[in-house]
Design a protein around this ligand. Sequence first.
Ligand code: FES
Length: 405
Amino acid sequence: MSKLELVRMAKQNIAHAKAGTIVQAPDVFRVPASAYIDNERHDLEKKRIFKRMPLKLAATAELPRNGDYKAMEAVGMPVLLTRGKDGKVRAFINSCTHRGTYVAVEGCGDTSLFTCPYHGWTFNREGELVGIASREDFGDVDPSTLGLKPLPVLEKAGLIWGVLDPNSTIDIERFLSGYDALLASFGFENWHLFSKRTLKGPNWKIAYDGYPDFYHLPVLHRETFGADISNRALYFAWGPHQRVTSPSVAVPGPDARNPVRLDQKPEADWDTETLLSGVWTIFPHISIASFYGGGRGVMISQLFPGETAQESTTTQLYLLQHEPRPEERDEAERQFELLEYVVKVEDYDTGFRQQKALLAGGLDSVIFGRNEGGGQLFHQWVQKILETDDGDLNSLFPPVSQAAE
Ligand code: FES
């Protein structure tokens, strides 16, 4: 089914490329400048989007084996992801139930027990409190009620989603709107984590606007990789999640000088790898882009809003389909360094200047053109979720049975 869907999109790319067309949004769309710079609005977005919606918190490749864990902060919430001896991923608030400090410091590792660094209480990978230091002195408490607080979590398509509200009733699978079936075509559960970096950026939406935006590629990135790239894009949406492709008959492949000409191959020979080209975004803060450098790779960018409206943090994960051979490592390093440079120096520095101009009051609103339908849809979803009550969130997404059709 997923392959059929990928073929359907590839055919649309080819048809638009041959006709010299794209799908335009009905009209241009304006976003108020205040939506990017107002701190009250920023706090509301953190509360109603990031604290309520499922977030892709990790890739399976970050904690692939039983006993692996990842400790992270997500919008100020300390989160601990563990993979138990049953192979299942669990998510917890990373806060000791004695007096609250983190039981695991930020990062990835493997352990069967988490011993709190403050007084030494111990939790297992399932979050149960299994040891109270000086139990006989401590007094009467029931360890079975003092496990780490669990968070909703779902692992699918080699990616791990969590919700930062322990009482959330949102259905993560429903939120994915069938998009996970397409993402599963990558087979990320077997990919290799090559490298990870963190960058500081401007407002999270200023930063995120650039990811589904092909309009800027041949201009802003002309010195690095964009000189010969078209500025046209096609957007395919599943709920708030979008794939962006170039309406082209030639798709990038392992040989940079010889893109794959799908229009010159019989459809039966179209391989899934080629059909997955482009940028895959996951609402509200993830972009997955394919590259070849040290083998087939993707850069997964994960954005989080910062303390104020003017700050964000991006974690870049470089995943490779196979662990690179020693002679491939330099090429993989170079590719990842280039991607870091492009995002930091070209995209985010431009974003910081955009932010300064908006703060200076130069514009009441910014414009997304009819050719920027992906950006339009993203901002419409942001607004829709801000305006939706907790009890109605699930109804924004198709029931799982329909999404699978
Ligand atoms: Fe964790 Fe005291 S805060 S043992």
